[in-house]
Design a protein around this ligand. Structure first.
Ligand SMILES: NC(=O)c1ccc[n+]([C@@H]2O[C@H](COP(=O)([O-])OP(=O)(O)OC[C@H]3O[C@@H](n4cnc5c(N)ncnc54)[C@H](O)[C@@H]3O)[C@@H](O)[C@H]2O)c1
Length: 301
């Protein structure tokens, strides 16, 4: 629970775009020291120039969050420059669509690498630093926010690789919260579960490793890509609004951060299916025409 952000340090992964960039903008307004992390150099440079102009102290690092050595070097740099960070936003993520048996091994490794290993590295490298700072000062407060998705609580079809990665982030973060409560009252965690919000996420193939970029998309992957483009671009809640929810949650020590609380009806239906031991429900109950269209397209393919 951080109440006063001024002079505190934020490490933000995926800071070149979307939620990461918007959280960095809020952090700058609050007078935080910023560590901007992204794999996309041009986006990172643009964000760095914009935020440097606000006069905050800033470290900018091109890092692939899935890479152990790069993340270890980042953690060492952060500690040397600012000491233990107070807010760590393990947020960088990528999406990939298609029927779950059609994703290649490289595709699985890429998405799980960024979405899951990126969070694992952030948690395993920064938490001990933060706990150490807390043990030396009873007034020290820290917070870790990991970005999952509503796809971490639901299982929408034709995007299984993403669902798997985000379920892992929800589980990891709930466990992190419980583990932190065992050892400290000064450090807490939250999980961000956005629904569809217009950002660069449906264009994440722009950051695919070169050996993956050449793979030819299957029909289900092309259909999934088109559906995700449409859903993400027509989202009404903005990334800036979601970023504000993140800061509000840190101040209130609120664990679950939802951009669209109304979508939780689907989570309730899933959970009820589990405890009632019924088979998974039709995911398109509210929008049956989408299910009809998707089935028709895939069966024809
Ligand atoms: N926008 C949505 O509708 C939505 C919904 C649910 C969850 N999310 C999650 O939100 C998070 C942020 O995404 P966003 O929506 O702001 O999308 P975005 O594409 O605008 O931002 C993601 C950033 O992560 C960076 N990135 C990608 N791979 C990286 C890597 N290996 N190492 C470091 N940085 C990397 C990208 O360059 C980009 O700047 C992701 O984890 C995403 O899965 C987004």
């Amino acid at each position: 629970m951080i109440q006063d952000f001024k002079g505190k340090t934020a490490v933000l992964t995926g800071a070149g775009s979307g939620f990461g960039l918007e959280c960095a903008r809020i952090g700058a307004k609050l007078g935080m020291n910023l560590v901007l992390v992204d794999v996309q150099q041009d986006a990172l440079d643009k964000a760095t120039a914009e935020l440097q102009a606000t006069g905050v102290q800033l470290l900018s690092r091109k890092v692939d969050v899935s890479d152990q050595a790069q993340m270890e070097a980042l953690a060492a740099d952060v500690f040397k420059t600012f000491g233990a960070p107070h807010f760590v936003f393990n947020n960088a993520g990528v999406g990939s669509a298609g029927l779950i048996w059609e994703n290649s091994v490289k595709d699985w490794e890429w998405v799980l690498g960024v979405n899951v290993w990126g969070v694992i590295h952030g948690v395993r490298l920064f938490t001990p630093m933060m706990l150490d700072a807390a043990s030396k000062d009873p007034n020290w407060r820290g917070h870790i926010v990991n970005t999952a998705s509503m796809a971490g609580l639901l299982t929408p079809p034709n995007m299984g690789i993403y669902n798997v990665s985000k379920h892992a982030v929800v589980s990891l973060t709930e466990t992190l919260y419980q583990d932190l409560k065992l050892v400290s009252d000064q450090l807490s965690a939250s999980v961000l579960c956005p629904y569809f919000v217009p950002t660069g996420i449906s264009q994440s193939h722009r950051n695919k490793p070169a050996d993956l970029a050449d793979e030819k998309a299957t029909q289900s992957q092309l259909i999934g890509q088109a559906m995700s483009d449409k859903a993400v671009s027509s989202g009404k809640v903005t990334a800036a609004e979601v970023a504000q929810l993140v800061f509000d949650a840190i101040s209130a020590d609120r664990f679950y951060i939802f951009s669209h609380p109304r979508a939780l009806g689907n989570v309730r239906a899933r959970m009820e299916g589990i405890v009632n031991i019924t088979n998974p429900a039709d995911p398109f109950l509210e929008r049956p025409e989408i299910g009809v269209g998707l089935r028709a397209a895939l069966r024809k393919a």
